[in-house]
Design a protein around this ligand. Structure first.
Ligand code: UGA
Length: 468
């Protein structure tokens, strides 16, 4: 089975769509299944429910050449397929770590069908370690001609098509070497190293990879926080570290924390799995805690200059959990806006892709048509996503539009040199550039605080005199 295999993909979410559409591009006959009939109808006409760079063109091409189709007809599609990829959601569950109800349902539906030929269930969804072994035993108990293969995905949103077509590794876990080889054959065009292993090790590779990347982020964020205290520059520190090949340059971008549908839930699930197995994974607790604290950093930095944030107008650039996607699930930018609103601030926000998704979860936010519109009359502007497009903005114009020239660059994107003279620029783990105008504002805050303390003391004294 090198190409031209009959493949079913259960779940037309982000992973299922990228998997199905890209396997069609490689010459396989792919049918993607989803219970949402509207979604299936839209996809059949070439309309994607998500934004993912490059996916739209491949979808259209493969619909036209009939390599790809979408359906809600489970039984016909599964019966006609040799390999059934499961790519449904596994959201967080407080007790089990991951909610497997959608995965269980997909497997139960396959088991309800009658077929004689050997089929493979290949798991793309991120499932807790041990799940594959459980399903392998279930298939055996039911005496079904079904083999289970764990085949985790390592796709990043925003570059998922490129990641799928140019993988760094393929991980295949199964007790059945024949089934493993058949799934490996589907990946032959890639010439990437293939790891053949047990289902549990394959599942652990996925969790350990995400947890390690998140650990790198929390580590560099702690270094950044320390840099803030000792006047060092985390960007230079990360660059210096990254030249050591044992460390490498990736995921050393300090900022206001990681978000997204994968890292937060997978790291929690791994911690939960450890706890359920009787092991306390100390490092992961710290990684999560550091990430939560990092989100509050912007508030502290704003208060340093503006004092109370009540009725202050704060512009936020970026709403998605990272640039190049419209996905706002577990986005740090969204958490930040909630924190700002809790402090009483008025929020204006701009994002090139994610506004319609953000509108579903945010209330009382003014959505701006561009960064300039957001900056107009703002008391401060916060950069929340590491979008390189922010670097190309006309910062002199932006600053000219603002009430107070205060910029909190939560992703260390800007350089002091590109900023006009009068700007105060606060970054993460980098020495701030404080302009006269804002330092005056800061002094005013200190003075006001000092005066109110004096008044408080005077009032206390008067109360004490009266009560004597
Ligand atoms: C992540 C992994 O990178 C993929 O390999 C994996 O397949 C995927 O999860 C998944 O499990 O499905 P993704 O969630 O798309 O991919 O996003 P990343 O590019 O990894 O970024 C995650 C978060 O980390 C973002 O909020 C980003 O802003 C943050 N980040 C990333 C930093 O704060 N600093 C960095 O240096 C890099």
């Amino acid at each position: 089975m090198s190409s031209g295999s009959k493949i079913a993909v259960i779940g037309c979410g982000y992973v299922g769509l990228v998997t199905g559409i890209c396997f069609a591009e490689l010459g396989n006959q792919v049918t993607c299944i989803d219970i949402d009939k509207d979604k299936v109808a839209a996809l059949s006409k070439g309309t994607l429910p998500i934004y993912e760079a490059g996916l739209q063109e491949i979808l259209k091409r493969n619909l036209i050449n009939r390599q790809l189709s979408f359906t809600s007809d489970y039984s016909k599609t599964v019966k006609e397929s040799e390999v059934i990829f499961v790519a449904v959601g596994t959201p967080s569950s407080p007790i089990k770590g991951a909610d497997l109800s959608q995965v269980e349902e997909a497997i139960e539906d396959v088991l309800l069908l009658d077929f004689d030929d050997e089929k493979i269930v290949a798991m793309k969804s991120t499932v807790p370690v041990g799940t594959g072994e459980r399903f392998t035993n279930l298939f055996k108990r039911k005496r079904r001609n079904l083999s289970y293969v764990s085949n985790p995905e390592f796709l990043r949103e925003g570059s998922a098509v490129d990641d799928f077509l140019n993988p760094h590794r393929i991980v295949i876990g199964s007790v059945n070497p024949g089934a493993s080889q058949r799934v490996a054959n589907l990946h032959q065009p890639f010439q990437a190293p293939i790891i053949f292993t047990s289902t549990s090790s394959a599942e652990m590779i996925k969790y350990a990879s995400n947890a390690f990347l998140a650990t790198k982020i929390s580590f560099i964020n702690e270094i950044a926080n320390l840099c803030d205290h000792v006047d060092a520059d985390v960007k230079v520190v990360a660059e210096g570290m990254s030249l050591d090949p044992r460390i490498g340059p990736h995921f050393l971008g300090a900022g206001i924390g990681y978000g997204g549908f994968c890292f937060p839930k997978d790291i929690l699930a791994l911690k939960q799995l450890a706890g359920n197995s009787g092991y306390h994974f100390q490092l992961l607790s710290a990684v999560i805690e550091v990430n939560e604290m990092q989100k509050t950093l912007v508030i502290r930095k704003l208060k340093k200059y503006l004092g109370d944030l009540e009725d202050k107008v704060i512009a936020v650039l970026g709403l998605s959990f990272k640039p190049g996607t419209d996905d706002v699930r577990q986005s740090v930018a969204i958490d930040l806006i909630h924190l700002l609103q809790f402090e009483g601030a008025d929020v204006k926000a701009f994002d090139p892709l994610a506004v319609s998704n953000a509108k579903r979860i945010l209330k009382d936010v003014e959505f701006s048509k561009d960064a300039y519109d957001a900056a107009t009359k703002a008391d401060a502007l916060v950069i929340a996503t590491e979008d390189p497009a922010h670097q190309e903005l006309d910062w002199t114009k932006i600053v000219g539009l603002m009430q107070t020239p205060l910029i909190i660059d939560g992703r260390n994107l800007l350089s002091g040199e590109q900023m006009p003279e009068n700007v105060t620029l606060e970054q993460i783990g980098r020495p701030p550039r404080i302009s006269d105008q804002v330092s005056w504002l800061q002094k005013k805050q200190v003075l006001e605080k000092y005066n109110s303390k004096i008044n408080e003391r005077a009032n206390d004294q008067i109360d004490a005199d009266f009560s004597r």
